[in-house]
Write a protein that binds this ligand. Structure first.
Ligand code: IFM
Length: 452
């Protein structure tokens, strides 16, 4: 019987966020945004979501039952600092109870400090487009580290900086709804500075903490691999959205597009103890800058269920190999699928984990895998139209339904790996992908040279 065994001590987790789980976070900008008709696809508002503010512990029991040894959650800035410089001790107490609850269940928390939502007061002062955000974020982070640092050793500063900046300041789909490349560039610069300031602030309070960014990495490949135009667009998107931020916080240099020059940002140099990676799939691009619906790869026959993105497990392997150049441990801080039927998720989980395993075998230092997510989450402006949970959520009754992939994840965690039997039972069509893909030739763009 073939099996893929993960290193001893590998961390198995799920990832969550405050606004998407806690409920009644009415003092942040996203809550205000949801109330405006037309902003959310299904006209819903987040409301109680999974009711974690009152009863996260019931879901922590579910997490413990799956055998998780880590859980990623975020703290809500708007709860902890409801007015500038004013701290809500009851909110800190609630987080302390939650964090204790995780430890009591043998689950190590990883805490994200900014996961898309902002206090209303910050939004009113210009949000992330105002350079003052760096100072505000630093003060908030330093306070949180002082109050909660005895219970948290791993901190993610900002979740998906580029996604947030693009959705809120370039595409205008999220608050504050701006559409400006200039604002986008400003916000990205402030994010790098805020990340760096947070890194130093945490280390001042907690020298032994592990601090990193949670970076979304999206695959971009040319739709027509031999076309210079398509190759150029894919390479540009890859450089701007995937590597610019990581390069800045490693080398202290912002590379400008097309190798036009460098901007130094020394405060950001060396400000990552680990790299957090959120990976969901890839897009194949044509010169028009447009995502095109792509046919599913023939060997997997994955449907394309979500925002024109192709499910591409091999892409995770490719990123993990490229990330070796930073010489930092990698935590896969998110990977998951919107699949309310749960027909595809088991194969998705197995195929991605197999690629993580192959990358570890080939020298990637991957320490953790966090599946997005435990219980169906409120998906920002998609509302409840997408269901990412290992457990389904009935938003009327708060009832949870355990999905088949939750049972599969429990088996994987118990075995600390993947067995042939699991694949045969849950996704026999990907057997070869799981056990033989180490032999699959890498696409040109993921050559050894890239990884060096
Ligand atoms: O739900 C989001 C999360 O907030 C950030 N990463 C992607 C997830 C799925 O879209």
């Amino acid at each position: 019987m073939r099996r893929l065994t993960f290193p001893a001590g590998f961390l198995w987790g799920v990832a969550t966020s405050s606004h998407q789980n806690e409920g009644n976070n009415h003092n942040n900008d996203f809550w205000a945004w949801e109330q405006i008709p037309g902003h959310v696809a299904d006209h819903s508002t987040s409301g109680l979501v999974a009711d974690w503010w009152r009863s996260a512990e019931a879901d922590f029991d579910r997490a413990a039952d799956l055998g998780l040894n880590t859980l990623r959650l975020s703290v809500e800035w708007s709860r902890l600092e409801p007015q500038p410089g004013v701290w809500d001790s009851a909110a800190f107490d609630r987080y302390r109870v939650m964090l204790h609850g995780l430890h009591e269940r043998g689950i190590r928390p990883m805490v994200t400090l900014h996961h898309f939502s902002n206090p209303v007061w910050l939004a009113e002062r210009g949000g992330w487009a105002n350079p003052a955000v760096v100072r505000h974020f630093e003060r908030y982070v330093s306070h949180v580290a002082a109050e909660l640092g005895d219970l948290v050793n791993v901190w993610g500063t900002i979740n998906e900086p580029y996604i947030y900046a693009a959705m809120a300041y370039m595409l205008g789909d999220w608050p504050p709804g701006q559409r400006s490349l200039l604002q986008l560039a400003k916000v990205m610069r402030h994010q790098a500075n805020a990340h760096a300031a947070a890194y130093h602030a945490i280390h001042q309070v907690q020298p032994g903490a592990q601090v990193g960014v949670v970076k979304h990495l999206a695959g971009f490949d040319p739709y027509r691999p031999l076309w210079p135009g398509d190759r150029g667009v894919a390479a540009l998107m890859d450089a701007l959205t995937n590597w610019r931020f990581l390069d800045a916080i490693t080398s202290g240099r912002f590379k400008l597009p097309l190798g036009l020059g460098l901007r130094r940002n020394l405060i950001a140099q060396g400000t990552n103890d680990f790299i957090g990676v959120n990976y969901y799939g890839r897009s194949r691009l044509r010169l028009h800058w447009r995502d095109v619906p792509v046919p599913a790869p023939p060997d997997l026959a994955w449907p394309v269920p979500w925002v024109n993105r192709e499910i591409y497990p091999r892409g995770l392997y490719r990123f993990l190999m490229k990330l070796r150049r930073y010489d930092r441990p990698v935590y896969i801080t998110e990977n998951g699928l919107a699949d309310s039927t749960d027909l595809i998720r088991p194969g998705f989980l197995l195929a991605h984990l197999a690629n993580v395993h192959h990358a570890i075998q080939d020298g990637a230092d991957v320490r953790a895998y966090y599946h997005w997510t435990l219980v169906d989450n409120y998906e920002w402006t998609e509302g409840w139209t997408t269901r990412f949970g290992l457990f389904g959520l009935d938003t009327e009754t708060q009832a949870r339904t355990m999905r088949r992939s939750a049972r599969l994840y429990r088996e994987i965690i118990a075995a600390n790996g993947i067995t042939e039997e699991m694949v045969a039972n849950h996704a026999p069509h990907i057997m070869a992908q799981v056990f033989d893909s180490a032999d699959e030739p890498l696409p040109v763009e993921a050559s050894e040279e890239d990884a060096a």
